[in-house]
Design a protein around this ligand. Sequence first.
Ligand SMILES: [Zn+2]
Length: 269
Amino acid sequence: MPELPEMENYKILLNQKIAGQIITDVQINREKSINLNPDLFMKTVQHQKIITIKRRGKLLLFHLQNGQILLLHLMLGGWMYYGTEEDKPKRTIQVRLSFGEHHLYFIGLRLGYLHLYNSTHTEEHLSHLGPEPLSNDFSINEFKERINHKHGRLKTTLLDQEFIAGIGNYYSAEICYGAGIMPTKDIDDLEEPKREKLYQSIQSILQKGIQNGGYMDNPLFKDDTLTGGFNELCQVYDREGEKCKRCGTIIQMETISSRKTFYCPNCQK
Ligand SMILES: [Zn+2]
């Protein structure tokens, strides 16, 4: 599932492509992907200019000129492609937004969705989310304060969107590795210096993820060389049986609460 860096990468690139552009056409091939009657959805979205695209946690917000917002959650398996009919991926398209000859294709939206809300309903929808880990307001003190109230396994807490927004299975593994902490570690056993290390690792791993285009397999558009660049920098996620790039120990995988958890038994304590 795309996480904060993947969605931030999409946000940056899509702002370059479609901010200021008018949606000339809307095609809905899967009604379950939207939250309104298709006619109403199309009527509200068509001919609207996209003012800007923002991100909150793992969600993207397409702000329309009429004040309405398209709220996108890709969930598991969802991705996007921007281009012409000619270079569109040979995949089933659930929703298509057109900008003249170019289109934004929403692909793999099985659990994912593109919902239309006004700003009040959008806020309600996002109200449960915890702080943005890369915002200036999210200081080390704020982090310590929040984690002080948490117990149980570190990994479970990192995945909790009410604790911090935007971290999923992939980056939780990389963050724990970066901090040298076992994802199975009980938070109560994390000493002060380790908590600081964890905060630093959250910041640096997520930033590195964004700078390198996240881990999505598919490019966003033709000649997109940025998207997916983080895959090569990944240290533990999905590397079970391979050698740790730092110490050579074999990377292990354990299933915790039905989620695959990867770690280096030597680098992480
Ligand atoms: Zn190692």
